[in-house]
Design a protein around this ligand. Structure first.
Ligand SMILES: NC(=O)c1ccc[n+]([C@@H]2O[C@H](COP(=O)([O-])OP(=O)(O)OC[C@H]3O[C@@H](n4cnc5c(N)ncnc54)[C@H](O)[C@@H]3O)[C@@H](O)[C@H]2O)c1
Ligand SMILES: [Zn+2]
Length: 367
């Protein structure tokens, strides 16, 4: 019997669930689910990129061993371009034609794209069925699978159609990260750095020391890292489940980051854009005399140690500044920034002069 690993509770009014984190956690899906549901059938929505890997087979074996009799499988094509209502039509067809019940759980196996899409299916089919997340990217483990946001993109913008629907359980197995492209792993590390900057100075110091273990895929270290990060995100979400206040802290680096992502036409990945965005936000905080320059340098150094960019932004800087004005986080015409006043603590500022915003973008534009 393998070790039980780490279990991070998420407590929300009315709904509570556990995030199970351990190398080998895919084998826990069947037995744990057996305790949570009397259902005999489950729906498995998975990313076709994970199909040739062992991950899907491992989940199926775990379900069969635990006595689940039938798995309705719904493959989804990978990638953000498939995260649309159109691509969900086939999933609704498959599962409704198989005649599922209100108690039939929908399982998501894949990265954040599959998690968001499957979560939306679970939130809407039969007006809501139980949902289980089995994230297979670092970003999905530490970010997308916690917090209950589900949805799809629309031509007008990302994630504009969706619902809040909390899972009944999350299983994060760092073994699955061994097959993940390194660029995706680094992208997840950007969100880990973000979490420590906004909430945990000790976590930041540990990451400065140990980030090499994440990059070399030390699965025991990755399990600790994932547990640490889901705990931070869970605490923020528990305090503000519907994003009315402090959940905005999770947008550290994202006001600049979304602009960079958009202007680059996604040549910079989300993680790379957030990395540059965090470096820009740290510059801005120094300019505003909120943050000491030594802390900014530590943030930049950790971003670069993760193999992420913190300088050399190769875009039209005016376009980046202009794009920020259209970010959905703009409230009543004012740009809002989440800025650190020390490592481990942030404040929201909506009084930042535009020339300082520009200077911050210029700072990450230089070498
Ligand atoms: N719901 C939320 O709160 C929340 C938070 C952050 C991000 N998101 C969403 O998450 C999405 C991004 O998630 P992502 O970064 O996981 O992207 P993703 O789901 O596109 O996965 C990245 C790539 O890795 C592949 N992949 C997944 N697991 C793999 C594995 N174990 N081995 C090999 N390849 C694997 C995928 O096929 C894909 O090509 C975005 O759509 C974003 O909007 C949601
Ligand atoms: Zn992000």
């Amino acid at each position: 019997m393998a070790a039980s690993g780490q279990i991070v509770p998420v407590r929300l009014s009315g709904e509570s669930y556990s995030i199970h984190v351990r190398p080998g956690a895919l084998a826990d899906v069947g037995p744990r689910l057996r305790e949570l549901t009397p259902a005999k059938t489950v729906v498995l929505i998975y990313d076709t990129n994970v199909e040739p890997l062992a991950h899907r087979a491992n989940v199926l074996a775990s379900l069969t061993n635990a006595g689940f009799e039938r798995t309705i499988e719904c493959p989804l094509a990978p990638g953000e371009e498939h995260k649309s209502i159109d691509h969900l039509a086939g999933v609704y067809d498959t599962i409704l034609r198989h005649g599922i019940e209100r108690s039939t759980p929908v399982l998501a196996l894949g990265g954040g794209v599959i998690g968001d899409m499957a979560g939306f299916v679970a939130a809407t089919v039969l007006r809501g069925v139980p949902f289980v997340q089995i994230p297979t990217t670092l970003l999905a483990m530490v970010d997308a699978s916690v917090g209950g946001k589900t949805g799809v993109n629309h031509a007008v913008g990302k994630n504009l159609i969706g619902a809040f629907h909390q899972p009944i359980a999350v299983f994060a197995d760092p073994e699955t990260l061994k097959t993940l492209p390194i660029r995706e792993l680094r992208g997840g590390l950007a969100e880990c750095i973000k979490h420590d900057v906004i909430r945990d100075a000790d976590g930041f110091a540990h990451l400065e020391r140990d980030i090499g273990k994440a990059l070399s895929l030390d699965v025991d270290y990755l399990a600790d890292l994932v547990a640490h990060n889901v705990a931070i995100k869970a605490r923020v979400v528990e305090a503000d489940p519907f994003e009315r206040g402090e959940r905005a802290h999770l947008n550290f680096g994202h006001t600049f980051g979304h602009a960079i992502e958009n202007v680059s036409n996604y040549d910079y990945s989300h993680g790379e854009s957030v990395a540059l965005g965090m470096a820009a936000a740290a510059h801005l905080a120094v300019e505003l005399k909120m943050l000491d320059d030594a802390s900014r340098k530590r943030i930049v150094a950790l971003i670069e140690k993760a193999g992420l960019p913190a300088r050399g932004l190769a875009l039209d800087l005016d376009e980046v500044v202009n794009a920020m004005a259209f970010d959905k986080k703009v409230k009543s015409g004012k740009l809002r920034f989440v800025l650190p006043d020390r490592i481990g603590h942030v404040v929201i500022r909506d009084d930042v002069p535009v020339d300082l915003v520009r200077r911050a973008v210029e700072a990450v534009g230089s070498q």
